[in-house]
Write a protein that binds this ligand. Structure first.
Ligand code: ATP
Ligand code: MG
Length: 945
């Protein structure tokens, strides 16, 4: 029987027993803070079991995608463990119980119509005190007692060892069904849990019967398939072996069950399947929680490939095979193959780029440990390996285990804490106590009135004084006692929105007879709304009636941002595709931050399209409405549902025009036009595969727009250019300054760049840009990128760059002339000798490179032939002379070298050069004036010949 048939048979068998067939819950249930991944079929029914939700059915059957991190080290080593696997389950919420659960399990396993397993190959276990179960197996099913093992509470109780060790609460015995293999060994295929007790305190007599008893069973799909197919392990069943074979091919090795390569290939198979499912659900490899687990799994598989000789990403090539094998029950995997592959490939490449270095260091560490007889891997070393080479500590631990080394997790955690980093599975704080918990029990729930009202009368139910952890519940409180200490107030009903779903809490006032309490934030604690703030005056008493007043201008600004978030989500999905799902958001007054799945940064074109869509959504004044609907109806109406989100049923659905339907508890506008303006500030990366948009709405967007216009106006008038050429001109300015810096530090050889910008321009402070806004904004975006400052700083930065430029030009001309000598001044000092312009001058303080630049300039600018000789005193005992003549004069056989000779002699030096340029030095600065006179004379003499 193939695996798809088995899955289907199971579900239809239990349907025939009246069970409601329910789909698999997601793999990553973000609604359940107690687990990172769905560990079993019952997880999605937790609230059903506890009677917390209204039941639409009392019996159910599912095939659930599961992932168990606890079994990671078994994978590849045992024949029957995966990380990702499917669990077939049947469940009773106060409906059928032990008798039926056992009978049906037996019928399904052994009946000819169903699995037709030989009953002689089945054995069972029961909890040693569960006479009822033992009796059913023995008397009703007819299983001899030697095939019914009675086990202790650590084996056959859920939760394990609950009777003696707790926790208090719902629990019960279980009964496992084993299949006997050909080699005589057994494998557990099915576990039946009978939740029938409420544990209260320690033994004895601590297990009280529950009024309503439940059944929760889990049968391993892959294990049962392998038994039915008579193959040596789960990895050899029809839906897994093709992946093993594909892995062998990609890795270029032969698959053998017992070889090292065989174990690695099985691990690769398991991990690539787990990662494919998780990445499909938008859980990308990352630093924390579920993402970290995926990163670990992926890297472990990459390491296996590396040990098999691969040096390039390979795992991603297996994704299509996984999708193909799983397409019966999970056809949606086929839609995301490319995305999953690209995420995987990137993570593989990342890890491979550092892996060799990491392994080398690990080898060194291991040999040092050997030689110093150490047996425990130092956690600090491990932390550093993780940070530098990305080797997850669990992976290092696995490598260490192969060498029989232990691993120092304590020192690892200390080291990571010091770096302010936590990685790995977050420890959940399970039991909390404190004033809030006390209030939760006493008050249970604050009614939220804030969708319709912003003020309300309410009764004060609790007053908490002090910061969390140092807080206490008080019956009354005077402003004089509270002083500046944090106070929290809980009401029976309130219009204040407590922070949730990314939307920040409301601000406002709670006032009553003789007191005023200022609410600076509102939080939620379970179903309680907690008003946080300061007691400004008077005395507040529990039980008193008060008036709760929300600051509506603040609330309106938040509503604008929240509705804008839905519009943006719609625009992203339309522009980028369905994968661009919300990953997180924060909504504050006229400000929003929105994280979504996308590999690449958005292009200008995509951003433009997103803006066009949001603008048109805002302009069309689409009505915003909400209603409570059943989850099923919401789904039918096409509401956007996020992977891993657990929605209440019924659920609040917020609709905008025809374009957006989201399940959302936030406060929204009446129509989209009230957003006024949506202005995207930035688009950036938050983590691999997740991008973040930050945007403004309403008055803050408007303020931002006038800021942009003003800055563009100021900057372009400073630079004397138009908005269109702003970025280019600013770029030129930056380049010019870079050159100037080189020159002033004496390393530059080029001529000083021309000044950029309008000289002596000053911005009109109230100016605003009159062209199109989008042009101005694009210009500003580019400039801010070109000169690397935030948009609002651009004007100031340009001003300071311009003054830097001025200063450097000034500095250069000072080094050059000591005064304000320019090329023009030199021209003015010239005289005509025949048709030749003769320039002989002292250029105080100028260094040779500047003198040469001037000479070049003079030769270039002149219409007639020129002869130049410049002299400069550089130090108290040093003179530099440079002479140059135009090529026309060289043609007439004049020679700069011969000219400079007698001149240099006057200042006590010598030199020479080519016919057109010559340089000389002297050590007698005193005589420079005399030398220059000689120069003039010499030249005139030369001209006579
Ligand atoms: P084991 O002791 O073999 O790890 P378990 O006691 O953890 O199993 P349960 O938590 O009772 O198993 O889960 C119910 C069924 O799910 C098991 O009987 C088995 O068929 C299957 N199962 C559990 N863990 C795995 C796993 N890691 N891989 C594949 N199947 C599993
Ligand atoms: Mg287990």
């Amino acid at each position: 029987m193939n695996t798809d048939e088995l899955r289907e048979k199971y579900l239809s068998f239990f349907q025939s027993k009246g069970c409601h067939r329910q789909g698999s819950d997601v793999l990553v249930p973000t609604w359940d803070p107690s687990v990172l991944f769905t560990p079993a079929g019952m997880n999605q029914f937790k609230d059903h079991f506890l009677g917390k939700v209204k039941l639409d059915f009392t019996k159910a059957t599912t095939c659930q995608k599961c992932l168990r991190t606890g079994d990671i080290d078994n994978v590849g080593r045992t024949a029957y463990h995966h990380t990702f696997f499917e669990m077939l389950g049947n469940f009773s919420f106060g409906d059928y119980f032990k008798e039926e659960a056992i009978h049906w399990a037996w019928e399904f396993l052994t009946d000819k119509k169903w699995l037709a397993i030989d009953p002689n190959r089945l054995t069972v276990t029961v909890y040693k005190e569960d006479e009822e179960a033992a009796g059913i197996w023995n008397e009703k099913i007819g299983l001899p007692t030697n095939r019914i093992a009675r086990l202790e509470e650590d084996e056959n109780f859920w939760p394990a060892s609950a009777p003696s060790q707790g926790p208090d609460g719902v629990c019960g015995p279980c009964s496992e069904i084993y299949f006997q293999l050909d080699n005589g060994k057994t494998v557990e295929i099915w576990n039946l849990v009978f939740t029938q007790f409420n544990r209260v305190g320690n033994p004895p007599d601590n297990l009280r019967p529950l009024p309503s008893k439940n059944i929760d069973t889990g049968m391993g799909l892959e294990r049962t398939a392998s038994v039915l197919q008579g193959v040596p392990s789960n990895f050899h069943i029809d839906i897994l072996f093709p992946i093993v074979k594909a892995a062998a091919e990609v890795c270029g090795v032969k698959y053998e069950y017992d070889s090292d390569a065989g174990r690695r290939l099985r691990r690769i198979t398991d991990h690539v399947r787990a990662c494919t499912f998780a990445i499909h659900e938008n859980v990308y490899p990352g630093p924390k929680k579920a993402r970290y687990v995926i990163k670990r799994l992926l890297r472990r598989a990459v390491l296996d490939g590396h040990q098999l000789g691969l040096r390039d990403p390979f795992l991603y090539q297996l994704v299509p095979v996984v999708a193909q094998m799983m397409k019966g029950p999970y056809p949606e995997l086929g839609d995301t193959i490319e995305r999953v592959q690209s995420v995987m490939k990137r993570e593989e490449a990342d890890f491979l780029s550092t892996l060799d270095g990491g392994l080398e260091r690990i080898q060194r560490m291991f040999s040092e440990m050997d030689s110093s007889s150490k047996v425990m891997v130092d956690g600090r070393e491990a932390a550093s390996l993780y940070q530098t080479y990305g080797v997850p500590p669990e992976l290092l631990q696995a490598l260490a285990t192969e060498r029989n080394f232990t691993f120092d997790w304590d020192s690892y955690r200390v080291a990571m804490d010091e770096h302010g980093e936590v990685s790995g599975d977050d420890q959940k704080q399970l039991f909390k106590t404190g004033p809030i918990e006390t209030l939760k029990e006493a008050v249970q729930k604050s009614d939220f009135l804030g969708y319709e009202a912003t003020t309300s009368k309410a009764v004060i139910k609790g007053i908490i004084l002090g910061q969390p952890k140092e807080d206490s519940l008080v019956g009354s409180l005077k402003a004089s006692t509270a002083k500046n200490t944090m106070v929290r107030i809980v009401l029976d009903r309130t219009p204040f929105y407590g922070e949730s779903g990314g939307q920040v809490g409301d601000k406002g006032t709670i006032q009553g007879e003789g007191f005023v309490f200022q609410v600076t934030d509102t939080q939620r604690a379970g179903d309680l709304v907690v008003h946080v703030g300061t007691l400004l005056s008077g005395e507040v008493k529990a039980g008193a009636v008060a008036e709760a007043i929300v600051d509506t201008s603040n609330r309106d600004a938040i509503r604008r941002a929240h509705s804008a978030t839905h519009i943006l989500h719609h625009a992203l999905q339309t522009t980028l595709g369905g994968h661009a799902q919300q990953q997180g958001s924060k909504v504050d007054r006229d400000w929003l931050r929105f994280d979504f799945s996308n590999q690449e940064s958005l292009t200008e074109d995509q951003l433009k399209k997103i803006e066009e869509i949001t603008n048109s959504c805002i302009e069309q004044k689409a009505p915003v409405s909400w209603k409570l609907v059943t989850l099923a109806d919401a789904r039918k109406e096409g509401a956007m549902m996020l992977f891993g989100e657990k929605y209440p049923d019924p659920v609040r659905m917020v609709t905008m025009g025809e374009f957006s339907r989201e399940l959302c508890g936030g406060t929204h506008l009446d129509n989209t036009q009230q957003v006024q303006t949506l202005e995207i500030l930035s688009e950036e990366s938050v983590s691999a595969g997740t991008r973040r948009i930050t945007a403004l709405t309403g008055s803050r967007a408007a303020e931002h727009r006038s800021m942009v216009e003003k800055v563009v106006h100021d900057a372009s008038s400073l630079l004397g250019c138009s908005a269109e050429t702003l970025a280019e001109t600013a770029g030129n300015l930056v380049t010019a300054i870079r050159k100037l810096k080189k020159m002033t530090s004496g390393t530059g050889t080029e001529a000083a760049p021309e000044k950029v910008g309008k000289q002596n321009a000053s911005p009109k402070p109230t100016g605003s840009y009159s062209g199109s806004y989008s042009l101005a904004r694009n210009a500003l975006r580019q400039v801010s990128r070109a000169i690397n400052v935030p948009m609002e700083e651009v004007g100031k930065r340009i001003q300071s760059l311009l003054s830097d430029q001025d200063a450097m030009h000034h500095q250069l001309s000072n080094t050059a002339t000591g005064s304000t000598i320019t090329v023009e001044d030199l021209l003015n000092m010239s005289e005509m000798v025949g048709d030749v312009r003769l320039i002989v001058a002292e250029t105080p303080g100028a260094n040779p490179s500047i003198m040469r630049q001037w000479i070049d300039q003079l030769r270039k600018d002149a219409e007639t032939p020129v002869a130049v000789l410049l002299g400069s005193k550089l130090d108290a005992d040093k003179v530099t002379l440079i002479a140059a003549i135009s090529p026309a004069l060289v043609a007439r056989k004049l020679n700069a070298g011969k000219w400079i000779g007698p001149v240099a002699a006057v200042v006590g030096g010598g030199g020479g050069g080519k016919p057109d340029v010559a340089q000389a030095g002297g050590k007698d600065p005193e005589k420079l004036t005399e030398a220059l006179a000689t120069a003039k004379q010499t030249f005139m003499d030369m001209m006579k010949f």
